[in-house]
Design a protein around this ligand. Structure first.
Ligand code: FES
Length: 210
């Protein structure tokens, strides 16, 4: 529970996240395409302004990473098969917080089985809730290093935390919480704005662990 986490540990996590993001983003350049957001300016983005992301060319199963508030943010187009895994009772019984009761998302519109506004499009801040590394997207089914029960998800290489394709943390992981879902909304069918709700609300939102 976030409320039980000592202040000094939270501070350490924040500092670790801040330093890890820098290294992780550089490393991520080799494996995940970064997408230049449409607007606003680089300076405004650095200051934490919302960013617009064109999702029109995102294929099912494809993940892109954009930057918001100096942090990487995933935008994943989940395929039908991937969505099906999120409802699998065998998976659900292994989750620490299957119903997203912890405040790791901006509000009720994304407190559902897929943790998103539209089931197929998933948005999350790519920060592990253990000590702030950047998990990797692992869509393969049962790869040798993750074992036969792996149905696709996110894997943190630092200490082995596992998350499903809605970034819900799996039991046995050192990470305590699901990965944050930031405020976002659809500006059109193909453009999402990450960092605010409609009307510019919730730009100062913070998850329980940042
Ligand atoms: S930082 Fe991800 S498992 Fe430790």
């Amino acid at each position: 529970m976030a409320a039980d986490i000592p202040e000094n540990l939270q501070r350490r996590r924040f500092l670790t996240a801040a330093t890890t993001v820098v290294g992780g983003v550089i490393a991520g350049l080799t494996v995940v395409p970064f997408v230049r957001s449409m607007e606003p300016s680089v300076a405004a983005q650095a200051a934490g302004a919302p960013i617009d992301v064109d999702v029109s060319k995102l294929e099912p199963g494809q993940l892109i990473t954009v930057m918001w508030r100096s942090r990487p943010v995933w935008v994943l187009h989940r395929s039908e098969a991937q969505l099906k895994t999120l409802k699998d009772p065998k998976l659900i019984e292994t989750l620490k917080d299957p119903d997203s009761k912890e405040p790791q998302q901006f509000g009720p519109p994304v407190v559902n089985w897929h943790r998103s506004l539209k089931p197929e499009l998933f948005v999350a801040v790519a920060i592990c809730t253990h000590l702030g590394c950047i998990p990797t997207y692992r869509p393969q089914i049962a790869p040798p290093d993750l074992g036969p029960s792996w149905v696709g998800g996110f894997f943190c290489p630092c200490h082995g935390s596992r998350y499903d394709l809605a970034a819900r943390v799996i039991d046995g992981s050192p990470a305590p919480l699901n990965i944050p879902v930031p405020p976002y909304h659809y500006r059109s069918e193909t453009v999402i704005r990450v960092g605010s709700l409609k009307g510019g609300k919730d730009q100062n939102w913070q998850p329980a662990i940042w």
